[in-house]
Each structure stands twice: as structure tokens, then as C-alpha cells.
Design a protein around this ligand. Sequence first.
Ligand SMILES: [Zn+2]
Length: 375
Amino acid sequence: MVSGGIPIGRFFGITVRLHWSWFIMFGLITWILASQYFTGVEEYEDWSVATRWIVGAVTSILFFASVLAHELAHSLMAKATGLNVSGITLFIFGGVSQLTEEPRSPGTEFRLAIVGPLTSLVIGGACWGIFFATRDSVSPVAGIAFWLGYINIVLAGFNMIPGFPMDGGRVLRSIVWWRSRNLRSSTRIASLIGRGVGYLFIFGGLALIFAGFWSNGLWLALIGWILENAAVGSYRQIAIQDILQGHKVHEVMNRDCQAVPASLTVEQLVNDHFLTSGRRCFPVVDFGRVLGLVTVHNVRIVDRKYWPVRSVREIMTPIDKVKQVRPDDDLSSVMSLLTDEDVNQLPVVQDHNIVGMVARDNLLSFIHLRGELGV
Ligand SMILES: [Zn+2]
């Protein structure tokens, strides 16, 4: 759903990134707090405009810190049960923990899902505790604590909507899975309910728009649309993982992997290799040793007038910068790797030799063929 982003630090060994869309939400929340929440309240009447904006921004940062705590709870629970976490990304609609694999038992799934909303609930309760202790003072603490308490409790409630891939949907899926012992059918049920909730939000939003509450209605409909999309997308993803699981790289990889010499010019590479073979990627060798990979992408960033003078060695991606897979790796992990690295192909390496290439296309035709045959 979201990839990339600026790394802002590591917490308990988990890299946290900010997606560009996060800044939109940060600005929006700061603006709403400064221009509405901290305005028109008696206690804050003598605040200057600057104070309102600073308090707004601080509150907004604290809000994202509590979203981060929610995600860290998911990620730490995942790590505690032996699952791999590649990081946490904060984006416009909150946060997302990137797990490279799915929980293997209903019990794990249940604990993994429930711990997030529980964390938000605890933070919300603590904030309201601070609010009741400080509400007689004129300091901004009471106002901040009240809003943070409210938003965290809303966050906990919203995440418990029983539609996959929301936390509540995962809780629901784990219960159905525990009863039925069938992961695929329980995913189908949880994502169908997720779509149902999505449509409910969309129709509710439309009803609000027709009733004249167009900004609230638009928000609700937008959230519904996102929920519906996420439910469809995550079901498809699980179905794909299901097909790939248990199959190995050597079943789909391209074996006739022609290498090109490092001393070749870019022009020769294009004319004699890319254009004649139709391939998009070649291993680069020098005296029988693999130095790197050269792809259409590497060539495209070189100005055409330098094609006759630049060598393949200068433009290739060095081998130590390239993620590699082994012939015995599971195809489902290769699919996640291609997505995470945002590349189209990966070299298959055995005993320091490139024995083939595995591309997105290989996986897609593998999936399509099995889908068409209903295997
Ligand atoms: Zn969550």
C-alpha cells in the first residue's frame, strides 16, 4: 500500500519511515487544532496566534507518536512470535507495520492484531487521566491531553472495525480460522465483511452529503472507499501467496542467462544485446567473475550522446548492491522481495555464480496459468 519514505530512526531494532503523504496529514491536523480546537475556548483566549500553532504542531506530533506506539506494539509482538518485520511507515492515514510473512496460527494472529488497539486504548485512558488531573489549570496540557485521549480512543475503536485488513478484521479472521482451521475461507469471510463495512461507509457518506453535511460525508465515503479497496487487495494478495507458497525459484527462473563483458560500450550493449534478445537485464562479467547487473533502467539514465564512450562497467549496478535469491528460495518470499525492493528481476545465485534470473513476469505467468487451470 505504501512503500518508500524517509527513515527517521530505529526503535527496538525496527526502522521507522515517513511517507511523503504523512506531511499532508501532519499539516492538516496542526491547522485544525490551531484554527479550531484551540480557538474559541475561554481558557486559551489570551493565546497568541503563534502559541496556537506551536501547541497545534506539538499535539499533532504527539498524535503521530501514539500512532507509532500502536504500530510498534504490532511489530514487537510480531518479532516476539518469530515473524520478520521490515519496518513501520507513517503515512496520511496513520501507520502500517510491514510484515514480510503472515502469522502461522490463529493464536498468533489474534495476539498480533489485538495488541495495537489495546495500546491505543491504554494511551487514551492515560491521557484522560492527565486531563482530569490538570483540567483546573490554564496550561495547554489539559487541552492537549483531552484531545489526545479522545483521538486515541477513536483510533482504537476505528481499528476494531471487523473488516480485513483492519485489526478488528484480523481478530475476526483469527477467530473464524481457529473454529474452521481453514485460513483461506476465513480470510474470504473477513475480507467480505471488510468490503461490506466499506460500502456501508460509502453509502453513509453519500447520505450525509445529500443531507448537506458534505465535508463529513466526503470523509466517510473516502474512508469507505479505502476500506473496500484494502479488503479486495489484501484478499488477492493472500490468494497469490497461497498459490506461490511451497514452490521454489528454480521452477520458474530463466536459465539461459547470457552475460555481457564489462568492457562493452553502452552502444554495443543496446544494439547487440538489448535490441536483439528482447531481454531487459544482463549479468556483467569480467574474466569469468560476475561484477554486477545492467538493466534497461541503467541505460535510460545515460544521455544518448555518451552511449559510444561509456562502458557497461560504469553504468551497471554492482553485485553487492543487488539483492539475490537462491534456487531453493520460496516463491512467496521472492514476490515480497520484488515488491519491497521495487525491482522487476533478481539474480538467482548458487555458489557465487549467477545460475539464472527470476522476473516479476515469471511469477505472474506462473500465477495466471494456475488461476486459469484452477489448480
Ligand atoms: Zn493496528
